[in-house]
Structures are given as C-alpha cells and as structure tokens.
Ligand binder design. Structure first.
Ligand code: FAD
Length: 277
C-alpha cells in the first residue's frame, strides 16, 4: 500500500484508484491526465505489458463519463528496446484510443530520444489528431521543433524540461530557460490552435493568461498531482481549463523520491510526516 505521505503525489497502485482520483478532480472542475508509472524498460515483455495496461485504461476511461486521458512515456513502451517495438506499442495504444475516442499525450524524455519521439508522434497524429506531445524549452532545438509541430494536428504541452542535456544542446541557466519558455509560449500562442502550458510557475501562468488575452488562442494549464493544487483549483474556479497529471501504479517509490528531492518544502513535508508531526 502507498503510505499517506506519497498519496499526495501518486493516486494509488492501480487503475481503479487513478479513476477514483480523476472523479474527485472532475468534481472540482479539473481534468485528469493519467500516467501509469514505469520507464526505461530493457525487455520487450515489460513494454508490451504496459502498452496493454494503457489499452485497458483507455477502455476504462471510455466506459465512464470522466474528463480523463492518458500520458505515455516512450521508454515505457519500448523505446530502449528498439524503435520498432516502440512504434508497434504506440500504434496499439493510439488505435485503441481512436476506437474509444480518448486523448493520448506523449511525454518527452532525454535529448537522445527527441527525434524518435517527434517522428513517432507525427506518424500517429496525422491519422488521430486527439494527441499531444511534450516539448522542452531548455533544448536549443525547440524553436525548430515547434515550427514543425504547429503545422501538424495535435497539441503541444510546453514544459521547461526535467532532464539535463549536454550544454552544447541545452540552456542550463534558470533565467535563460525561463526566457526561452516565455518566448516559446509566445510562439505557440501566435501559431497554434491550442496550447498546453505545463508549468507550476506563477510567472509563466500569468504570461500565458496575457498571451491568451492578446491572441485569443485556446489553452489549458497542466500541473502535477500534489503540486500547487490550491492554484489548480483556483484557476479552474476562475474558468480556465486545468488538467492534472496523475501518476499511479506499483512503481511509485522512485517517482515520489524525485518529487521530494526537487524541492526543499517537499522534503520537509515528507520528514514531518515520518516524525509524525
Ligand atoms: C503536466 C506536466 C507534465 C510534464 N511532462 C514532462 C515531460 O514529459 N518531460 C519533461 O522533461 N518534463 C516534464 N515536466 C516537468 C517540467 O519539465 C519541469 O521540470 C517542472 O514542471 C518544473 O518546472 P516548472 O515550470 O513547473 O517550475 P520551476 O522552474 O521548477 O519553478 C518555478 C516556480 O514555480 C513554482 N513551483 C515549482 N514547483 C513547485 C512545487 N513543487 N511546489 C510549489 N511551487 C512550485 C515556484 O513558484 C517556483 O519558483 C512536466 C511538468 C508538468 C507540470
């Protein structure tokens, strides 16, 4: 069982727990992006099993009236095994999503996977536009990728980037990443039909609201479960589209550890829970 402290960041160990969380979010006006935890599989069988689990999740979502969709990591469905295994598994998930009319997000991983992920997205989204791809503003190549993506169907989720690529390929200074993120948001609001703002940063959210006022472009805000949830609900109350990224599954420990490490407040919060205060 997931201990109460990790429950803040992870919805539970199985799909029913994730769907229950989605239902509670929906009651407060927030949509759910469900992510089965798992990544970097070396074995085809593991990748196929998670792809099958996503197909099952698509069926579960379609069998309800929930405002929910899925988000898949490439290395979870075979990218580290081979490109063909990855493509086959992705095609299975997208085929099922098309049959059941469920939106599919693709997460973006380390810089060595960007081209393969973009190519796979392009191949699928051309037939099924209810898809979105995450793009990282800390990569120097991103403007060119956005120019390619705004000509395709589908939606871009813009994030700052959770990985640390080599400095020849990426901006490392926080201020520079923020500057790039603002500029990329501007580009998307000017050229895309819909923008997903994947950030907890109040400055970036307020920049997006200004850009929406200026360009009139439709947008949504995406934040992680357990992070700035008061702001998530307040934005939804104010009438903005907010979707929460909701991880679940047996592999919760590593994910929880990452959330705790990235922020001092989370670490203190975890410590307080352990010492029982
Ligand atoms: C929905 C979603 C999906 C994502 N998918 C991917 C992906 O596929 N690939 C990828 O590389 N990255 C992904 N990320 C992670 C992203 O790249 C960033 O690493 C992460 O969001 C931190 O950047 P930030 O813009 O939220 O804020 P930061 O630059 O980390 O912080 C800026 C400000 O935001 C606020 N803030 C940030 N975190 C917290 C917190 N924990 N608690 C309270 N306030 C906080 C604070 O005011 C802080 O000063 C995703 C993020 C989200 C929200």
């Amino acid at each position: 069982m997931i201990p109460p402290i990790a429950n803040n960041f992870v919805a539970g160990e199985d799909a029913p727990a994730a769907l229950n969380h989605a239902r509670a979010l929906n009651a407060d006006g927030v949509g759910a992006i469900l992510n089965l935890l798992g990544e970097h599989y070396d074995e085809r069988t593991e990748a196929v099993a998670d792809a099958a689990a996503y197909c099952g999740l698509v069926d579960d979502i379609a069998g309800t009236d929930l405002d929910a969709c899925i988000s898949v990591k490439p290395s979870q469905i075979g990218l580290d095994v081979s490109e063909s295994v990855y493509r086959e598994n992705l095609a299975d998930i997208v085929d099922r999503a098309r049959e059941r009319d469920v939106f599919v997000w693709m997460d973006m991983e380390g810089h060595t996977t960007t081209d393969t992920t973009l190519d796979a997205f392009e191949a699928e989204v051309t037939d099924y536009p209810k898809m979105g791809l995450c793009v990282q503003s800390n990569l120097k190549r991103t403007r060119e990728d956005l120019e390619r993506l705004v000509d395709l169907p589908g939606t871009v989720r813009l994030v700052k980037g959770a990985y640390t690529p080599p400095k020849e390929l990426a901006y490392r200074e926080k201020s520079e990443v923020n500057r790039r993120y603002r500029a990329d948001l501007e580009y998307l609001f000017e050229h895309a039909d819909h923008v997903a703002v994947g950030s907890h940063d109040p400055e970036m959210i307020s920049h997006a609201l200004d850009l929406h006022d200026g360009f009139g472009t439709d947008f949504e805000i995406q934040m992680l479960m357990g992070v700035r949830e008061t702001a998530q609900f307040a934005l939804a109350d104010a009438g903005y589209e907010v979707n929460q990224y909701v991880p679940y599954g047996g592999k919760w420990l590593q994910y929880f550890y990452r959330r705790v490490r990235e922020r001092k407040e989370n670490a203190l919060f975890a410590l307080r829970a352990v010492v029982g205060n």
